[in-house]
Ligand binder design. Structure first.
Ligand SMILES: [Zn+2]
Ligand SMILES: [Zn+2]
Length: 290
């Protein structure tokens, strides 16, 4: 199916997508706002600075990347067909549970590196800096991201998982696997909102197994190089241990959030600025290269 036809189909279902996103937004707010008010790490308003912009980012992030990931659909199909047959045969022979676990770990591995490159490569950092610009962190910061930043990691993930015979394409012939992967995606997305929440909960030994608000808040910390550019994982914190970027001191939280990179104040410039060829490196851009 051509890209144009797929875009037309996506456009036709845009009202349903917006409705679905609205329900999702209300559900996340209904759960996380009361928790933040009861167990908040910091006293801060729900309707805080740039709340309106972040609502726009929420919807942009739920719509625009879908149109971009379509661009790699043919390549993903090719990768799925021409991926290493031996790997797919081995995967197909594994018990269902193991295939799910391996798919989750592979997806997390791709996310880890896509995220890390978004910090380390200056051109990608232009886009990712928007996610790191807030000086206050709460649940809605999760989706404060340039749509091309989100599209990059999702496209890479789609391509690599297709090549490995995993993900949606690997599961397309098997209803159970596809359904379970959909559940995992919903859980992953919800978890992203949770780990951004302004919550002071700590999880003891579980913090070694799964990411938590404290873990991800350190990812947004600014200040000493000891904790800048750490904790890239979205779900599995041991991925950071494996690659030497783990930082989670017991009982401690960052003093400050944000970045030194200059990010425009208004949303339109935030979206366009990374695309402008005239843009010159700003003070603090070297932060991205640590
Ligand atoms: Zn980041
Ligand atoms: Zn974040």
């Amino acid at each position: 199916m051509s890209v144009v036809v797929q875009w037309q189909e996506l456009l036709a279902t845009l009202p349903q997508r917006v409705l679905g996103l609205s329900v999702w937004l209300l559900a996340m707010a209904a759960v996380l706002v009361p928790l933040e008010r009861r167990w908040g790490l910091r006293r801060q308003a729900v309707i805080r600075e740039q709340f309106g912009d972040d609502l726009v980012y929420f919807f942009l992030g739920g719509i625009v990347p879908v149109f971009i990931v379509v661009l790699v659909a043919d390549l993903s199909q090719w990768a799925h067909t021409h991926g290493p047959a031996i790997l797919r045969t081995w995967l197909a022979a594994l018990p269902f549970g193991w295939r799910v676990i391996l798919t989750i770990v592979a997806a997390e591995l791709v996310f880890y590196w896509a995220h890390r490159w978004s910090h380390e490569w200056p051109w990608l950092w232009r886009f990712h800096a928007i996610h790191h610009s807030p000086k206050q962190i709460d649940w809605l910061v999760n989706t404060r991201a340039h749509p091309l930043d989100l599209a990059f990691s999702r496209s890479l993930s789609t391509l690599v998982l297709s090549l490995l015979g995993m993900g949606v394409m690997g599961a397309s012939d098997e209803t159970g696997m596809a359904t379970l992967l959909a559940v995992v995606v919903v859980f992953n997305t919800s978890w992203g909102f949770f780990i951004h929440s302004n919550l002071r909960w700590r999880f003891g030994i579980l913090e070694h197994l799964i990411t938590t608000p404290a873990f991800h808040h350190w990812h947004h910390a600014t200040g000493a190089t000891m904790f800048v550019n750490k904790n890239y994982a979205g779900l599995l914190p041991w991925m950071d241990r494996l690659f030497g970027t783990y930082f989670l001191p017991p009982g401690r939280y960052p003093k400050r959030y944000g970045i030194d990179t200059a990010v425009p104040d208004n949303l339109v410039d935030q979206l366009l600025d990374p695309l402008r060829p005239s843009r010159r490196p700003q003070d603090g851009d070297e932060n991205a290269a640590h």
